[in-house]
Design a protein around this ligand. Structure first.
Ligand SMILES: C[S@@+](CC[C@H](N)C(=O)[O-])C[C@H]1O[C@@H](n2cnc3c(N)ncnc32)[C@H](O)[C@@H]1O
Length: 277
């Protein structure tokens, strides 16, 4: 893995953390940063005209809210007893699941992001709450492209009865062969226990609003990641299904966002998928 290349993805984690804060999601205040706020307001000023001239196109914040809440919803439905979230960044989900649901949660990221997250946890959670959080939430460094990722992940999943692996806003940055490698490792690690992998996937099919939204989204990502940008989209939902099958999953389906509490009712260029090992 090229650390410098992937470090460029990190600013998007600051951006999204600020979106969770704007949505007032539980514990989001602990992880919102000034850097995220600056990115949020810059992008909002740059992107507002598009939603104004192309009605029906979701704003970046709506798209991200839909994605985040759909993943939360899938996780609730899975009733996971152990969660490993890769590329967790500054997400508030692990803290919520650990503190409010008592679930063992492992967040995985690159060293600089892990250092940032640990510092935020140390600064914001002390006393009994901090102790409870540290008991259930582990924030660890690991490169998901490293050759030992699959074996390492299997160890993290331990003897969980209903394990889940999450990747939010992560897979889309990798080219398809790398994406496949990561998904294969996850399928292999989950296979002996059963369990699910939940992640978002962009497909280029859909109507005009979706096509415009996808273009706006990719332009926004390119701006925030200083040119690193996102990799190619899947061609269609069938292409996404084929990808999961090739990676070794038994079955995959998109989350039905009509049943996601609090989610904005907007068309989205990305769906959240649940793949079963
Ligand atoms: C776009 S951010 C998403 C953060 C979070 N999931 C969210 O939705 O707010 C992508 C995250 O993946 C992490 N990342 C990038 N490449 C990685 C790799 N090879 N191994 C582990 N984490 C990686 C980045 O540091 C960053 O925190």
């Amino acid at each position: 893995m090229s650390g410098a290349r992937d470090a460029k993805i990190a600013p998007t984690a600051h951006y999204t953390a600020y979106v969770w804060r704007r949505l007032a999601l539980p514990y989001s205040g602990a992880y919102a940063t000034r850097r995220g706020a600056a990115l949020y307001w810059t992008l909002r000023a740059a992107g507002e005209w598009v939603t104004a001239v192309a009605p029906g196109v979701p704003s970046m914040a709506q798209y991200l809210a839909l994605r985040h809440l759909a993943i939360d919803h899938a996780l609730v439905e899975l009733d996971a007893d152990r969660v490993v979230e890769i590329g967790a960044g500054l997400s508030r989900r692990g803290t919520t699941w650990a503190l409010d649901r008592g679930v063992a949660y492992v967040e995985v990221d690159l060293p600089h992001m892990v250092a940032h997250k640990r510092a935020a946890i140390a600064a914001r959670f002390d006393g009994a709450v901090g102790a409870r959080l540290r008991e259930r939430l582990t924030v660890v460094e690991h490169d998901v492209l490293a050759p030992d990722f699959g074996a390492w992940l299997a160890e993290q999943l331990g003897d969980a009865a209903r394990p889940a692996v999450i990747a939010e806003g992560v897979m889309g940055y990798f080219a398809r062969p790398e994406r496949l490698r990561i998904a294969r490792s996850i399928a292999e690690a989950l296979a002996p226990r059963g369990g699910s992998f939940v992640c978002d996937a962009r497909a280029s099919e859909g109507g005009r609003a979706i096509a415009i939204a996808a273009r706006v989204l990719k332009a926004g990502i390119k701006l925030v990641t200083r040119g690193r940008g996102a990799a190619e989209d899947f061609a269609s939902d069938d292409d996404v299904r084929g990808f999961f099958t090739e990676a070794g999953f038994r079955e995959s389906q998109p989350v039905d966002t009509r049943h996601v509490p609090g989610a904005p009712r907007v068309p989205s260029p990305a769906k959240v998928w649940r793949a079963r090992a």
